[in-house]
Each structure stands twice: as structure tokens, then as C-alpha cells.
Write a protein that binds this ligand. Structure first.
Ligand code: CTP
Length: 394
């Protein structure tokens, strides 16, 4: 996602500085190019040697060493994004008032790229009116200021002021670099299993974890779409708060929610493993163990994909087909019978594909008879693969 992006991390003096080791690793793993500057105070909290090893670049601290007085301007021009994390109270004050007495603030003042800050300080310092005024000034100057978290603080107290975790900062960085392939498009995605109630303590479900639906929701969001995810009781949900999640439990609730939201979307992708059958009667009391053989009467659930296929106007409808045998024939039949534009075929015969795996191998079939095969990919990459096919035909 961040291939080729140039990120300049600027670390100021706070105990949270040690977390930048993880942030650097996460950014490098995402394909970003990382350079790091830090204040003298920050170098007391985290080793510049560790950071230079992880970032593959020399960490720069002193403005006057090695002719950096001139180079600080180049650093600010090199970056696509400058991330000041942790942002200490002192550096915040300098930023708000234009001080230029160390390398970090000199780079900040000369940066031509957007600047994102992750504050870190004790709760009382965070709530001090001067700090809040400085935050407002820095925001008004066009910088992105991330929230602080509530929790254990270095002082031993609990409260607001903790720097966000590296994974949360990474989400904000990825959101910043959102692409616009699907800008203006509204995408509806279903995900996870459904639970069909038998009695107050039992239900019928399947092994779906929601990983594929979540990967699709995040991929379409990062490609610029406005995403709504209708999710059954899944183990995995999207992490971007901009993705709206509508939780449902049963196949019937998923059907109702899909129908309520379908007319507002341009693309619907039905990745959920919806129960095909549901008990005719749902017992209000726990069913007691009496008979040697117990008959549970089930009725078919409504087919959401088929209904959306019938109702669609200028919309793209994508279904999934999870098959254990005769995979291609079954997927082709579903494409026609459900009037879908695409069917994404998952075969449980493929190694590493199906429920619970982090990987998937899909074949995307369309109405013209085209078949695009992904090979074994992470579910995240499989989601981008599916998105790229839809985008090409849009
Ligand atoms: N689907 C749906 N509503 C249902 C059942 C399935 O919308 N009540 C959707 C799934 O989300 C998927 C597609 O239909 O996109 C195919 O689901 P699948 O379980 O593979 O096939 P079924 O149509 O249920 O048929 P079968 O179980 O007999 O293979």
C-alpha cells in the first residue's frame, strides 16, 4: 500500500519514542521509504542506531553537524509526509510559535509536504489551556493532529495523553495515502457468518471469520470508495473508523439490511457465508434432551444475492461461490441464476484457500465468460485483485 511513499519521521522527547521502532518496521513492511530525524532529548529514549538499522538511513539529530544546516530544507522537500511522533509538549509549543532552535523544528518549518503529529504527554499537561491552544494553532496551520489515547501514563497515573499505538498511527498514514480509483463510488459489502437461532442457547452457523469481507472493505476504502460493511458475527472487522459497519446476526437481518442499503450503492459485493437454512421455529426456552432422535425442521433463507441481482439498475453486483467440488460449473451456474456481474470462486480444494486462512486463491468469472485467476495471495492482496478487475470493467 505504501510502496514508493517517502515518509520522514520526526521523534521528539517522550517515553513513547521507543514505539517508533515498531512504527518504522511497519512502514518498511508496507513498502515505504523512511528517513528519521530526532531531537537530542528523543535520543535518550530510543537508540538512533536501532532506528537507522531498521530504516536503512542515517538518523539525523544535530543541525550543525555534517553540513546539515543546508540539508534540513531538502529533507522537508524529500518527504511525501512528515510524521512527528511522539510530539512532546515542548516541540508542540515550538511548532505553534515558529521556534527554530533544533533540527526537528527547522525541518518542520521548511517542510513542503503535509505534517501529521501524534502527541504524547501527561494528562495534566495535555489538558493545560496552553497545550490546547497550541494544538489548535498547529491544526489551524494545516497540520493533521491525531488523537491521544486514554490509559496508563509514564507518571504512573491513568488518563488521556498516551501516544496512539504504532498500528493506529499506521492506519492514519495509510488513510492519508488513500487513492482515488473508486472516488465517489459507494460500495456495499457483506461479510462473516450468520447465526440462525434454534433456542436461547444454540444456533446454526459456519466457519466464516469475516477476513475476506474485511479485506475487501479495507481495500475499497483505501482505493477511495465510501464503504458500508454489513457484517454477521465475524471474528475480524475493519479497523478504519471511516468504514461504516452495520452489524447483523441472522440471514434475515442481513437480507433486510442489504435491501435497505442497496439502492444507495454503486457496487455490492456479497462475501458473507449466509446460512441457506434456518429453523422454522425458534424455541423460546432451552430445548431439553429427551428423544433419542431429534428432528429440527428448517426452511430456506431468502437469497440476498439473487434478490439484488433482480433489483439492480446501473449497479455492479458481485457474488462469491465457495465450492468443494465441481467448482467451475457451480460458479458458472450461480453467475447466471443470480444475475450477478461477477462471481468470485473460492475452491476449498485449493490449498490455503477458504475459511480462516490468511490467504486465498480466487477465480473471478464475469458475464462475458472471462476468467481471471489470482493464484495464492494474502486475503488483502486478493481483495485488491478483485477490485482491479471491477475497476477495469467500470
Ligand atoms: N448468498 C446470499 N444469500 C443466501 C445464500 C447465499 O446472498 N441466502 C450469497 C453468498 O453471499 C454468495 C453467493 O450467494 O455471494 C453464493 O453463496 P454459496 O453459499 O456459495 O451458494 P448458495 O447460493 O448458497 O448455494 P449452495 O450453498 O447450494 O452452493
Amino acid at each position: 500500500m505504501l510502496e514508493g511513499k517517502k515518509i520522514l519521521i520526526a521523534i521528539s522527547g517522550s517515553i513513547a519514542a521507543y514505539k517508533i521502532i515498531s512504527l518504522t518496521r511497519l512502514l518498511i513492511k508496507e513498502g515505504a521509504e523512511v528517513k528519521i530525524v530526532m531531537t537530542e532529548a528523543a535520543s535518550k529514549f530510543v537508540s538512533p542506531l536501532v532506528l537507522s538499522t531498521l530504516s536503512n538511513n542515517k538518523v539525523i539529530i544535530d543541525l550543525f553537524k555534517e553540513d546539515l544546516w543546508a540539508n534540513h530544507v531538502m529533507l522537508g522537500r524529500w518527504a511525501d509526509l512528515m510524521v512527528i511522533a511522539p510530539l512532546s509538549c515542548n516541540t508542540l509549543a515550538k511548532m505553534a510559535h515558529g521556534f527554530c532552535d533544533n533540527l526537528l523544528v527547522s525541518v518542520y518549518l521548511s517542510a513542503t509536504c503535509k505534517v501529521m503529529c501524534a502527541p504524547a504527554m501527561d494528562e495534566d499537561m495535555w489538558h493545560h489551556p496552553t497545550t490546547q491552544q497550541n494544538i489548535a494553532t498547529v491544526k489551524n496551520n494545516g497540520n493533521i493532529v491525531l488523537d491521544v489515547a486514554n490509559g496508563d501514563l509514564a507518571s504512573g497515573l491513568k488518563g488521556e495523553g498516551r501516544m496512539l499505538e504504532p498500528e493506529e498511527i499506521l492506519l492514519s498514514i495509510k488513510s492519508f495515502f488513500r487513492k482515488d480509483n473508486f472516488k465517489g463510488k459507494r460500495v456495499l459489502i457483506t461479510s462473516g457468518p450468520t447465526y440462525e437461532v434454534i433456542d436461547p442457547v444454540r444456533f446454526i452457523a459456519n466457519h466464516s471469520t469475516g477476513k475476506m469481507g474485511t479485506a475487501l472493505a479495507e481495500a475499497f476504502y483505501l482505493l477511495g470508495a465510501e464503504v458500508t460493511l454489513i457484517s454477521g458475527p465475524a471474528k475480524v472487522l475493519p479497523q478504519y473508523k471511516e468504514i461504516s459497519i452495520l452489524p447483523v446476526v441472522s440471514a434475515e437481518e442481513m437480507y433486510d439490511s442489504c435491501l435497505d442499503n442497496f439502492s444507495k450503492c454503486d457496487i455490492a459485493i456479497l462475501a458473507a457465508a449466509v446460512a441457506d437454512y434456518t429453523p422454522i421455529e425458534k424455541a423460546t426456552q432451552k430445548i431439553k434432551k429427551k428423544e433419542a432422535i431429534f428432528d429440527l425442521k428448517l426452511k430456506k433463507t431468502k437469497d440476498i444475492l439473487k434478490e439484488l441481482g433482480k433489483q439492480k439498475k446501473n449497479q455492479i453486483v458481485v457474488g462469491f461461490a465457495l465450492e468443494t467440488n465441481n467448482a467451475m460449473t457451480n460458479a458458472e451456474t450461480k453467475l447466471v441464476e443470480k444475475n450477478a456481474d461477477y462471481i468470485v470462486l473460492n475452491s476449498m480444494e485449493d490449498t490455503g484457500a477458504g475459511f480462516g486462512f490468511d490467504t486465498n486463491s480466487v477465480i473471478v468469472l464475469d458475464k462475458n465468460g472471462d476468467k481471471n485467476e489470482s493464484g495464492l495471495l494474502s486475503k488483502e492482496d486478493a481483495a485488491y485483485f478483485i477490485a482491479s478487475i471491477i475497476e477495469k470493467k467500470m
